[in-house]
Design a protein around this ligand. Structure first.
Ligand code: VG1
Ligand code: CO
Length: 543
């Protein structure tokens, strides 16, 4: 085996964000850009000699090419074996599953998640550790530091491998196993979820629509929903992964998955609608005539989880990212279990899951998951819903309304101001930070500020501290506004403003969301001076 040591110069912009290194495709196409980053990742795994690595991605443009490059660099860095999904595909939750099941030291997942793909779209590289979860902050910081000092990468030259045929080949001393990307994941789902009950549900005429958004979940959803449960052919739409996601934005929300959303609002709506994102870790849940917010979905899954065989023993605790609504906390309180609030990004759930402190966790951005893997898992959330629908025999919209009646409703919306000037975004956040101390007591419209702080997270397991994770403003009227800047965008800055208000009165549970949140939205704009600083009078996306 000949290892070539290729001299290189460092790039200054390879800092991983909320979920890996994410950039426009042309950035990744620069000579040595991918090689440098992959080598930097491997350099942070000193014990890699003789171990197993997992590689796969969401099938977007560059996926195959970067899989090939990663294999050749892995062979030069001492790995004994690489498991790669057929066609270079692995959804993010499936990659997590494969890493755990096969005792891999980690995995490289190629995805920019819900960001658009294609030659002008985005690409990304994520590194997951041996627990199957996103590398924690300490490791991503070490990777970034390494990218800045790197002077060479190592590679085994040779022809590209066939990624489409299942089976084993070698690159130098390293074994390359092309595996079925669905099999391990589907087996895990069978252990957790009541497959026979869901099969009976479909046999009795239950109808659903699953929009895979031309992204990686198509093969998984087809194998489980149609081929295993016997759901009608065509239940899964946009089921073939495409390099440019068919020109769509593979973000499962009412804006980007509007066809599904519109179908579910119509007269001929099926019983249940769902969608997932580019890499399969996000989910959207829609009942006939009723969109279920991800925050509510987490709370409802927590309240009913015991109905699924994998969770029959109950839950240890529940965690949610800070901007996620407090609906899940109310369920945790009623179950008498702990609720945790973490910074945005799945990497912050890893320690809590590994320590057995929580069983379920979720984010307002359509991410829900459990201790079965260490990533959020879009299809798992859909299967949990189906299990609960089968077990209760109740329509999805009834379950949501019953939940509100029992716990109250956390009205919720998120306003995104995309691609704003990065300097202006920083000025806005700095300005808010500077005024935090003077905000409590201030009256804005019909709301009164009672608390204002910059979220600082102390990890209860390892004591690590993460600062400046979003500004939280609490109001006496049980409303809350959160501001933070996105860590996944690839152009300018994106300001996210999360707005919620709690309502417990039985006769106020079905009001229009925009109406309930109007005064909090108004206050959010005024407090941060959003229009003047960003030059935008309206958000670019409201979900
Ligand atoms: C967004 C979401 C966050 C999610 C992250 C990755 O991050 O807000 O909740 O964990 O995307 O999701 P940000 O920093 O842009 O707000 V995905 O499906 O990339 O893996
Ligand atoms: Co994703």
């Amino acid at each position: 085996m000949t290892v070539t040591h290729v001299p290189t110069t460092a790039f200054s912009d390879q800092k991983p964000g909320t979920s890996g290194l994410r950039k426009k495709v042309p950035v990744f196409q620069q000579p040595r850009y991918v090689e440098n980053f992959v080598q930097a990742i491997f350099d942070t795994i000193p014990e890699r000699e003789g171990t197993t690595l997992v590689v796969g991605g969401d099938g977007r443009y560059l996926n195959r090419q970067v899989v090939q490059t990663t294999l050749k660099i892995a062979a030069a860095n001492g790995f004994a074996r690489v498991l790669v999904g057929q066609g270079g595909l692995l959804s993010t939750p499936a990659a997590s599953c494969v890493i755990r099941k096969h005792g891999a030291i980690g995995g490289i997942i190629l995805s920019a998640s819900h960001n658009p793909g294609g030659p002008d779209g985005d690409f990304g590289i994520k590194f997951n550790t041996a627990n199957g979860g996103p590398a924690p902050e300490g490791i991503t910081a070490a990777i970034y530091a390494r990218t800045r000092t790197l002077t060479e990468y190592r590679i085994v030259d040779g022809p590209d491998r066939d990624l489409d045929a299942l089976g084993t080949t070698r690159i130098g001393d390293m074994t390359v196993e092309v595996i079925d990307p669905v099999a391990d994941y589907a087996a895990l789902m069978r252990d957790l979820i009541d497959f026979p009950a869901i099969t009976r549900l479909f046999a009795a005429g239950f109808r659903m629509r699953f929009d895979a958004m031309s992204a990686v979940t198509g093969p998984y959803a087809k194998a489980i929903l149609e081929d295993t449960f016997g759901a009608a052919p065509g239940t899964v739409i946009n089921a073939v992964p495409m390099e440019d996601f068919g020109g769509h934005h593979p973000d499962p929300n009412p804006v980007h998955a509007h066809e599904l959303y519109d179908l579910m609002q119509g007269a001929d709506a099926p019983d249940f609608g769902a969608a997932s994102d580019g890499d399969g870790d996000r989910n959207m849940i829609v009942a006939p005539g009723l969109f279920v917010t991800p925050s509510d979905s987490l709370a409802i899954l927590a309240a009913h989880a015991h109905r699924a065989p994998g969770y029959a023993a109950g839950l240890a605790g529940i965690a949610r990212s800070m901007p996620t609504s407090r609906a899940a906390d109310r369920v945790a309180a009623s179950l008498g279990i702990a609720a945790y609030e973490t910074p945005t990004g799945w990497k912050f759930f890893g320690n809590l899951l590994d320590a057995g402190l929580i069983t379920l966790c979720g984010e307002e951005s359509a991410g829900t998951g459990s201790n079965h893997v260490r990533e959020k898992d879009g299809l798992w959330a859909v299967l949990m819903w189906l299990n609960i629908l089968a077990a209760t025999g109740r329509p999805a919209q009834d379950l949501v309304r019953a939940h509100w009646a029992a716990f109250g409703r956390d009205y919720y919306t998120r306003h995104d101001y995309e691609e704003i000037d990065a300097e202006a975004a920083k000025r806005l956040m700095d300005g808010l930070r500077a005024r935090l101390a003077e905000l409590p007591g201030r009256r804005i419209g019909d709301l009164t500020v009672t608390s204002a702080d910059d979220f600082r997270y102390v990890d209860p397991v390892d004591g690590s501290v993460t600062e400046q994770q979003g500004i939280r403003i609490g109001f006496a009227e049980d409303a809350r506004v959160v501001y933070r800047l996105s860590g996944t965008g690839t152009a300018g800055a994106t300001l996210r403003v999360y707005i919620e208000r709690y309502e417990a009165a039985r006769d106020r549970l079905e009001r229009p969301v925009a109406e309930v949140l109007a005064s909090a939205v108004q206050a959010a704009g005024e407090l941060a001076d959003i229009a003047a600083i960003t030059g935008r009078s309206e958000p670019s996306v409201v979900t």
